[in-house]
Each structure stands twice: as C-alpha cells, then as structure tokens.
Unconditional design. Structure first.
Length: 434
C-alpha cells in the first residue's frame, strides 16, 4: 500500500539556522532546532539545497510545478499590468503558471491519493491556483491583532503607526494547528497533506512558549522601527540588527515546536515527511534585510530532508527545490529514493523579475574541478565566489577566474535564450485560444 505523505513548507527559514546544517555558511546556529535535528538524523538530508528564487512568488510556483516561474511571459496578459494593481497582476501571473503546469497535488491525485492543503501564506491561495489538485484546501487568514491581549498595551507604549499590516502577519502554526489536524482526519489513506508555516516571516512573531530571547513588545517594536522609522532602507543600526536576529531565532524555535507536535500527533499514520523552506532570510550579510531580490547564500540556501523513506544519508551534491514534484512522485510510487536522480552538477536560482540569475555548483571550465562556486549575473554585472574557501561570499573573484566565469555565463545565456523561446511558444498558444 502507498505511504501517507506530508509536505511541510516553511517561509523564510535559512539553512544555517537549522542545527543539522548549522556548519554550512555564515551565522550558524546550533541549538535552535533539536526536534528537527533528531528528525534529520533519521532522514535523507540534502545539505546543499537551493530555492528557485529568494521570495515566495519567485520560488513556490517553481517548487510546486518543477518549472521555473516566468513572470515576464505576459504575452496577451500584458493588459493585467495596465488594469490591475501590481499585487493583483503578480497573483494572476502566478495563477497562470499554476494553471499551465501540473502541480504536486495533481500528481499525487493521479496516483490515487486523497489530498489536503493548509497554507498561511497569502501568495499560495485559491486565486493563485495553489488549490488545484487538492480535495480539501484551507487558506487560513491572519488574526485580528486588536483581539490579542497584548495589543492595547503595545499601542499605548509605541503608538499604532509602525508601518505593519498586523492582520496579515500575526499567524503562527499554533493558530491553525487544529485545521491541520481536521484536514488530516478528513482524508482516507493514502493521503497527501501540505502544510505551509509562516512563523519565520517578518515581523517574527513567536508564540509565548518559544520566546527565549525576546518579548512580543521587543519583536514588534524592532520590526516597527525598521519598517516605519527606517522606511525600508537597507542599513540597520547594530542594536536593531541584533534585536531582529534574536526575534528571528525565536520563530525558528517555534518551527521546531511544530515538528515536535507533528511527530507526536502523526506517529500512528507513519507518513513520509518532506520538510523544506521556500527561501532564506538576509540580515545584512550583503547589505540587505529580509528577502530582497538577491541570490546570495542567505537568500536561497534552505533545508530539504525526507524522513520515513527508504534512505538515510547526507547528500552533498547541489539540488534545486524544483525537484520536489519528482521527489514526491517517487515516494508515491514506492520507488527507491536515489539522491543522484535529483542532484545536479550545478543548480540555478533567479529573481521574479528575471534581473538576476544565480548558478551554484562545479564549473565545467575544468574537468577535475572540485570547488564549489557561486556565480551571479545581474544586468550585465558578474560576481563569482569560491565558496569552498569563501563561505561568506565576500570576495568577488570574477576577474581572477575568467574560464570559470565564462562557463557559468554560458549557462545563464543558454537559460535566457531557452526562456525567450518558451515565452514565444506560450504567448502564441495563448493567442490561439482567444
């Protein structure tokens, strides 16, 4: 009989803040995720997993379909930009992408699974077609901040002009865990359940039990100071940077709390669990905060593990999260999970606006190259980092290694030409349907 499968997606979770990956990259944290670390010890762990993009809109459409999201493929959709807000236009383009390719849920349905999705992320809802393929789908909405017991105390102290839409960002997993359980209970086996957690997203609101380094006032005040007083400028005072980092760590502890509760409540179902983040989070390592359209390690290096399958290993070759649909398909069909079927010599990430493309892996410039490189192409500007010796990605060596740089540039150019070709095919097909 096919195994139950649970896909856990976490917003904004950096790989180096997961204990089992903390030695990877700068700013490692070793004590935030004991439950997740325990899970990883029994899992197939992809140590060099990279998100397709640095934000949810550029990453999740690709993770759900296995195909890069091409937001500039507007063709007949260009009027959306003229008649809608930027937000609405982006949502419609995402919906078009999800309608164009089969999603992970549709693939699981094809293999006889009953399916349910519970998401707290506003980019992954019915109007962006993320509900396609789910028998039951819940896009849970943010809580009303004014109903929280601390709200009046907070506004009395610092006012209500902090530049944050509280209702959209105050949802933690504890607010909708009963919905997760109810969705699971409604499904016959074998089932596929998807859960999308928002805890590590700004403004870093952790439930009380997971606040080890901050108070709710400190978390909200720190974010409010950044959003309102600094107007989203990239340069943060050191004390504010430290405050936001502490708040972020508490939200990672909250994610670990979800893993603890989930393992206890789902043990009898014996599911295969796939755990990953949609992208990372920056704390000024390269001059930005949050998840701006950048492609450095802090932006796109994320956790990816498979627990409960037939494999327990640490995979060191690079892998893109675009492999998730194929990975889930292999699990659903009972195939032996072979890491080499999903890893690549190099992997690509790109921003939503296609202004930046990042390539990670070994270079084709030298047959015996064992180095790990990161190459970033942005508007004609090139960056190259020898990650094996420079894990913080601070020393641009593009001039020193022209063969390596050109080998990656050729990859980017090939990708761009292929994107133009596919865009034309899609646009022509859309016009034929009108």
């Amino acid at each position: 009989m096919s195994r139950n499968v649970v896909l856990v997606t976490v917003d904004s979770l950096r790989a180096d803040h997961c204990g089992f990956l903390a030695d990877e990259g700068p700013g490692g944290e070793h004590d935030l995720t004991p439950m997740l670390d325990s899970l990883a010890e029994e899992s197939l762990v992809f140590e060099r997993a990279f998100a397709p993009g640095p934000r949810t809109p550029s990453s999740m459409p690709a993770i759900f379909t296995g195909e890069f999201y091409r937001p500039t493929d507007q063709g007949v959709y260009s009027n959306w930009e003229e008649k809608s807000t930027r937000w609405q236009a982006r949502r419609r383009r995402i919906a078009s992408h999800l309608g164009r390719f089969r999603s992970v849920a549709e693939r699981m349905q094809d293999r006889g699974y009953e399916t349910a999705g519970v998401t707290a992320n506003p980019w992954t809802t019915e109007d962006t077609n993320f509900d396609e393929g789910f028998d039951e789908f819940h896009a849970v909405e943010g809580a009303d901040a004014s109903e929280r017991p601390w709200y009046s105390s907070l506004t009395d102290k610092i006012g209500d002009t902090m530049g944050i839409d509280w209702g959209d960002v105050l949802l933690t997993w504890t607010d909708f865990y009963d919905t997760v359980q109810a969705a699971r209970d409604s499904l016959a086996e074998p089932y596929f359940l998807w859960v999308f957690l928002m805890d590590p997203h700004q403004p870093y609101i952790a439930p009380r039990r997971y606040r080890k380094e901050t108070t709710v006032l400190g978390m909200l005040y720190g974010n409010g100071r950044y959003n309102y007083a600094h107007g989203y400028t990239e340069e943060l005072p050191s004390h504010l940077d430290r405050q936001l980092r502490r708040a972020y760590r508490d939200t990672v502890r909250s994610v670990d709390g979800f893993i603890e509760q989930y393992r206890e409540d789902f043990a009898a179902d014996d599911p295969v669990t796939v755990f990953h983040a949609d992208h990372g989070e920056a704390f000024q390592e390269h001059g930005t905060f949050g998840h701006r359209p950048q492609l450095y390690r802090e932006n796109v290096h994320v956790p990816l593990l498979v627990h409960g399958s037939n494999s327990v290993d640490q995979v060191k070759e690079p892998v893109s999260l675009r492999c998730v649909p194929d990975l889930l398909t292999a699990i659903a069909t009972g195939e032996l999970i072979k890491p080499e079927a999903f890893t690549r010599k190099f992997v690509l990430s790109k921003t939503e606006e296609s202004e930046r493309v990042g390539v990670r892996g070994s270079s084709w410039a030298y047959q015996t190259d064992t180095e790990e490189w990161e190459y970033i192409y942005a508007g004609g500007q090139e960056e190259l980092y020898k990650v094996t010796k420079d894990p913080d990605e601070q020393a641009n060596v593009a001039i020193e290694y022209p063969k390596v740089r050109n080998s990656f540039l050729n990859i980017v150019r090939h990708r761009q030409s292929e994107q133009v070709r596919l865009s034309k095919i899609i646009a022509d097909s859309s016009r034929e349907k009108l």
